[in-house]
Design a binder for this molecule. Sequence first.
Ligand code: MN
Length: 734
Amino acid sequence: MMRQYELVERVRKYNPNVDEDLLNRAYVYAMKAHGAQKRASGDPYFSHPLEVAAILTDLKLDDATIVAAVLHDTIEDTSTTREEIDRLFGAQIGKLVDGLTKIDKLDLVSKQARQGENFRKLLLAVAEDVRVLLVKLADRLHNMRTLHFVPIEKRTRIAQETLDIYAPLAGRIGMQRLREELEGLAFRHLSPEAYQTIEERLHDLRAKNGRIIKRIEEELTTEFAERGIEAAVTGRQKTPYSVWRKMERKSVSFEQLSDIFGFRIIVGEVEDCYRALGVAHTKWPSVPGRFKDYISTPKQNDYRSLHTTVIGPGHQRVELQIRTAQMHEIARFGIAAHALYKDATGKEGREDLAKESRAYRWLQETLDLLAHGDSPEEFLEHTRLELFQDQVFCFTPKGGLIALPRGATPIDFAYAVHTKLGNSAVGAKINGRVAPMLSHLQNGDEVEIIRAEGHIPPAAWEAAVATGKARAAIRRATREAVRKQYAGLGRQIVERAFARANRAYADEKLKGVLPRLARNSVDDVLAAVGRGEIYSGDVVKAVYPDFSEERKTAQIGAGPGEPGWFDVKANTNLVFKVPGSNEGSAIPIRGLRGDVPVRFAEKGGAVPGDRIVGILTPGEGITIYPIQSPSLTNFDDQPDRWLDVRWDLDEESREFFPARLVVMAVNEPGALGALATVIGETGANIDNIAFTAHSPDFREMTIDLEVADLKHLSGIVSRLRASALVSKVERVIG
Ligand code: MN
């Protein structure tokens, strides 16, 4: 196990200003915290965080990262808390260790999270600080190196996860060497036979071609030297895993694989790269279409190099990578190397690395780029909206990963899983706790949807959800629900019409005459009647052609003169909506041609401009109440009877609506006449005046008016209030 002073020395080698005290305190603290814990190998547990720290010292990372590595399993595996780390080592290190703990927690539920790309983005989103990611990758590397100690049934999962998630992630942040090692280890565990076979063949080839590699190395080195280019040339075979991938991807056999040799040519300056390329192309024929200039157009992980493939001696295809020493460092260590270069040239001290230094900002910017595809073209195609910062990643109870836009709710989650699940969702549990359906989901949340069959998503959800899929599905479901509501209303109307006509009604009878009504189903007919598109008398007539209606004119309500019923004229369109829907999704009932019995509440109904509610009375019709009506409390426990209604008036028609006022006026001759004049001047009609209370000085009266709308009514109230004859005016709402 690495000693305390050894750790400090490793860091001091590349950072003379190492905070020795900090490292020592972390070492002692983690050692005590892990105490007698053992690894699967039987080693003391503490050896693991030390090895992870050692890997990171190879990457020459800053003190905070090294300390975070030493402490990385303390919160997760010991009694240590975030607060304690904050207090002892500062908030910066606390945050790093906390990030690692969060990622570990994710691992617990990732059993089936096979959508690698999304999972990688989740890691990026959770990590927040790229150093968290670097520690996590080093952690995984050490775990993979010691995987053979782990029980066999766990190995496959860890290896698969490494191959699916961590190795590509290492590649994406430019750490190719780490990636190759992770891939190699995982491949070895997952497909031991394939690994074995390929490794043997590669070994044979190495033996056979060992001289070719050597020969090309020498030929190139000599050639470059003659042209005054100082270059270090190293040849190597591809790794077993990359050979395997190629065999899989291109379904070729091992024998058909031609370019399993790669050469790296490391030169001093950028110009030397192009000169070296010219030399190589002059010496051997190049393979068309294989030249790539990642120097003038770096990959988004900042990888820079020239790639070309030539036909070498022995007619082998040989891949050449030409780059400067600095480019090579970045290719090997990615972000870490870049941070180092920037930091070496920057003025800021190591303390400021966390937030202020250019290196750190560069890391963060790179992290942003990681969410994108592999090529710069793809990068340009992606809008900023696609960045992972705008996404949250949540889990199903079974560990499936669902990517959603930020601001998404459990409703969006449900619809993302399946439309059926969304339509039947009535509640949600987030991380095991019941939560509101309009909660905003957070990264890593596990969401369980509570469902009830036959439930209809409230239309109000449409405005609250974040995904188009949920919005469209809710709209569809709502429309279907509205249709059913119309059909239900239509059925009442139709049955009533048949009863009035003294004829028997049955769906079967209606089915027989669908063509006559130009509808496809009984429900269609009923919905059309509910919407007022078909008059119920016509339905009776379709079934009983001999039926002739006594009343030829279309009529609304129970009939003129009947108390409480108000004739809604043909050009009054009320818009019915399902409860909770917003204005936009309302569906108007056009042309109330006498079927839908609509009346306004007695004793002070609604006038246009009032927010209104319709109450459905089976067998009777709909009564319209202003939303503030005290009578509505009578229906509180019958939500199925509530219809959201809004006005949709024909501007052309000067239609009038009943309203009631209570007025207290002075008791003097001519007062009543004066009031009537004030009202008359506004263009309103007075239907009735009833005196309700007398005193010697004042008279209280109820005035029934007909007004155009709320504005009209308010104007009348204001004018009356302004009159010296009036002491009080109140609107009465039934
Ligand atoms: Mn660990």
